[in-house]
Design a protein around this ligand. Structure first.
Ligand SMILES: [Zn+2]
Length: 283
C-alpha cells in the first residue's frame, strides 16, 4: 500500500507530464473504483488545462483550469504510469492497454497517464478547487506532517493526555495525516520510544522531539523516491514504488542497527498491524 513518500513520488513523476498541458482526451473505462466516479467525469476532464499537482496526505490533487480539481487516491493497489515523450526524457512508447487500466488521460503534449488498479480500492473524484478541506475523504485529516501547521509543540499537545499506545496514536489520521505503518515504526525506532508506550506516560520533551523525527523519516524516503524517478524512465514508466531500506520495518529477528546494541528486532501485533521495534533501544 503506497504511503505518503510513495504518493509524493508519484506526484513529482506526474508533474512534468501534466502541468501546463491540456487533457486532450479522458478515457473512463468503468463507472467506479471504490466509489462511483463523479457524473460525466470524462467530459469534465476533457479539454481542461492542468495548472498544478498538489498532495494532501496520500491524495493527489490535480488543479484544472475552470475551477475543479481531480482528487486521486491510489488505494491498496493503484498504479500510475506515464508513457509518451513530452519532454524528451521518457523512453517508453505507449504500452498496449491492460485489463485494469480504468482511467487514461491523453495529454496535449503526447504524454499518456494511466491509472491501473486491479483491486479497485482507489478513488477519484472532482471537487471545487480550494474546497478540498470539506471533502468527505479529507475533512477529518489532521495536519500535514511536512506542512507549517505541524510542530513538536502541537503534536505534544495532541498526544500528552492520550491513553492509547503511541503507535496507534500516530496511525490516527486525525493526529497527523498520511503516516502509515512503515513510517510510524521507523519514526519510533529513531525516537527511541517503544510502540506500546502510552502517550500520557511519555515525557513532554520526547513527544516534542517526535515531530522533527517524523519529518526526517519522510524526507529521507521522499529523497529515495526522487532517485527512483531517475530510474523509472529506463523501466516501465510506473511511478512511486521504490526500494528503500528500513531500520526496523520488516526486519524481525535481524540485529538492531544502533551501535553498541546487541538486541534483535522484535515484531508484535498491535490493533491488527505489525509493529517492529528494538526492545533495548526503544523504551
Ligand atoms: Zn537496539
Amino acid at each position: 500500500m503506497p504511503e505518503l513518500p510513495e504518493v509524493e513520488t508519484v506526484r513529482r513523476g506526474l508533474a512534468p507530464a501534466m502541468e501546463g498541458a491540456v487533457i486532450a482526451r479522458a478515457l473512463v473505462n468503468r463507472p467506479d473504483l471504490r466509489w462511483p466516479f463523479p457524473e460525466r467525469m470524462a467530459e469534465r476532464l476533457t479539454g481542461r488545462r492542468v495548472l498544478q499537482l498538489r498532495r494532501r496526505s496520500k491524495y493527489i490533487l490535480v488543479d484544472l483550469e475552470g475551477g475543479e480539481s481531480l482528487l486521486v487516491h491510489l488505494g491498496m493497489s493503484g498504479r500510475m504510469t506515464v508513457s509518451g515523450d513530452p519532454l524528451g526524457q521518457f523512453l517508453h512508447d505507449h504500452p498496449a492497454a491492460e485489463k485494469h487500466d480504468h482511467v487514461v488521460l491523453e495529454m496535449s503534449n503526447g504524454a499518456r497517464v494511466t491509472f491501473n488498479d486491479p483491486r479497485r480500492f482507489g478513488a477519484m473524484d472532482l471537487l471545487v478547487t480550494g474546497q478540498e478541506a470539506a471533502h468527505p475523504l479529507l475533512a477529518a485529516l489532521g495536519p500535514e506532517p511536512l506542512g507549517n501547521a505541524f510542530s513538536g509543540e502541537s503534536l505534544a499537545a495532541t498526544l500528552k493526555s492520550r491513553r492509547s499506545p503511541v503507535k496507534s496514536a500516530l496511525l490516527d489520521q486525525r493526529v497527523v495525516a498520511g503516516l502509515g505503518n512503515i513510517y510510524v515504526c521507523e519514526t519510533l525506532y529513531r525516537a527511541r520510544i517503544s510502540p506500546v508506550r502510552r502517550c500520557d506516560r511519555i515525557a513532554a520533551p520526547r513527544l516534542v522531539a517526535l515531530a522533527p523525527v517524523i519529518r526526517a523519516v519522510l524526507d529521507e524516503a521522499i529523497i529515495a523516491g526522487g532517485s527512483s524517478l531517475k530510474d523509472y524512465r529506463r523501466a516501465d514508466g510506473e511511478l512511486g514504488y521504490f526500494q528503500h531500506s528500513f531500520d526496523v520495518y520488516g526486519r524481525e529477528g535481524a540485529p538492531c542497527r544502533t551501535p553498541g546494541c546487541d538486541a534483535a528486532i522484535l515484531r508484535i501485533t498491535q490493533s491488527g498491524r505489525s509493529s517492529f521495534y528494538c526492545p533495548q533501544c526503544q523504551r
